[in-house]
Ligand binder design. Structure first.
Ligand code: FES
Ligand code: FES
Length: 161
């Protein structure tokens, strides 16, 4: 089946098997291997990407379901997403890094969709679908807090321009 999917701002028209998963489309068809496959059963969140601005687990979405939709992956150069990536580096929110692309995409989403300030409970609740076997989550929570600060500062600068 022919699909037309916009990924990180670029349109891709490809002929795919109807059973192809979105994560396989991203990794195998487009070479965007930043999106990881951890469990393949919707449990770990390593494959998290944005579809039309909302997080989805791309091992649970078929490529044909993404037809005519817009996907954002960890490779995106969106300045706000880059600020979240920087926060994970600064706060050491990763060890092996396997869960990290999915964690960052989910963190970006939870910050962008928060109503008001975010607290630790909100972060934990919104990261519950993303598993990390290394960090113990403390530095991940700190990374999200740092990212929220950075995004708020960026927003204040943009408003004052
Ligand atoms: S690989 Fe998709 S949730 Fe684990
Ligand atoms: S940093 Fe290794 S699984 Fe999260």
């Amino acid at each position: 089946m022919m699909v037309n999917i916009k990924v990180n701002g670029k349109e891709y028209k490809k002929d795919v098997e109807p059973r192809m998963l979105l994560v396989s489309f991203l990794r195998d068809e487009l070479g965007l291997t930043g999106t990881h496959i951890g469990c393949d059963t919707t449990n770990c969140g390593a494959c998290t990407v944005l579809m039309d601005g909302k997080t989805v687990k791309s091992c649970t979405v078929l490529a044909v379901q993404a037809n005519n939709h817009e996907i954002t992956t960890i490779e995106s150069n969106d300045p706000d997403l880059n600020a979240v990536k920087d926060s994970y580096v600064e706060e050491e929110g990763l060890q092996c890094g396997f869960c990290t692309p999915g964690m960052i995409m989910q963190s970006y989403y939870l910050i962008k969709n928060a109503e008001g300030d975010i607290d630790e409970d909100y972060i934990k609740k919104n990261l519950r679908g993303n598993l990390c076997r290394c960090t113990g989550y403390r530095t991940i929570i700190d990374s999200v807090k740092k990212a929220e600060e950075k995004l708020r500062q960026r927003e204040e600068i943009n408003v004052s321009k």
